[in-house]
Design a protein around this ligand. Structure first.
Ligand code: 8X3
Length: 253
């Protein structure tokens, strides 16, 4: 029987690539996100390549009630989630602390921290009942390092990593694996979202070097979930060759 993977924030980037990658591994897939047209086209794409089942669910992970409603809606074979990939997350703005935008800060905390909190709690309840499961949290190099003008994004990712580590402890007696993957720069919509559609600024983030791509992280997620039953990969930090950590890049001048 196929295993089931639930991937949040799957309408683009790492989430989308992960859905395709895990489908290739034979997982049935639930993809969630805010953009239904993107989720539906991903569903068709997956089904055109792989013989797996795909379920799409459109909701905003910031909305506690919507997350609860979504999980309540999962019945039968769609409830037995083997792998939860907590990918939904974003950065908004890059300003000094005193000039930060409170609305942006709320959205980052509500998505990166509270969204992850809402869905992980509900899905972990199911996993505990079944006595199995694996939660993979996509964090960031910003989960252990803080960079200039990244204040609340970095704070949200620190919280996400702390939550991931605490889940691992509490779910330990239940045989549930928890892993975190902390990528550096990955060329996706991430910077376009952060700079609110300013393509020039967004492109500049990835200029002068070869960044990571969404497929690199999807491959890593596949590796993490494909370990033997007795092996858990706890925390991975991954950057491209041209990045040493959150601050140091080797860019072509
Ligand atoms: C994405 C990488 O460097 O913008 O989490 O924090 S960074």
């Amino acid at each position: 029987m196929n295993k089931l993977a639930l991937i949040t924030g799957a309408s683009s980037g790492i989430g989308r690539a992960t859905a395709l990658r895990l489908a290739k591994e034979g997982y049935n897939i639930i993809v969630t996100g805010r953009r239904n047209d993107r989720l539906e086209s991903l569903q068709s794409e997956i089904k055109s390549y792989y013989d797996v089942k795909v379920f799409t669910a459109q909701f905003d992970i910031q909305q506690k009630e919507a997350v609860q409603e979504f999980v309540n809606f999962l019945t039968g074979e769609w409830r037995d989630v083997d792998v939860l990939v907590n990918n939904a997350g974003l950065a908004l703005g890059k300003e000094s602390f005193q000039n930060g935008n409170l609305r942006d800060w709320d959205i980052m905390i509500d998505t990166n921290v509270k969204g992850m909190m809402y869905i992980s709690k509900l899905i972990s309840e199911i996993m505990v009942t079944r006595g199995q499961g694996h939660i993979v949290n996509i964090t960031s190099t910003a989960s252990t390092q803080v960079y200039k003008d990244g204040g609340i994004y970095c704070a949200s990712k620190h919280a996400a990593l702390a939550m991931s580590k605490s889940m691992r402890i509490d779910l330990l007696p239940h045989g549930i694996k928890v892993s975190s993957i902390s990528p550096g720069a990955v060329e996706t919509e991430f910077s376009t979202v952060r700079f609110k559609g300013d393509i020039i600024k967004a492109k500049d983030v990835y200029n002068g070097y070869t960044p990571l791509y969404a497929n690199d992280i999807a491959d890593m997620i596949a590796y993490v979930v494909n370990q033997p039953i007795h092996v858990n990969i706890n925390d991975i930090e991954v950057t491209c060759l041209a990045q040493a950590n959150a601050y140091y890049f080797n860019k072509n001048k």
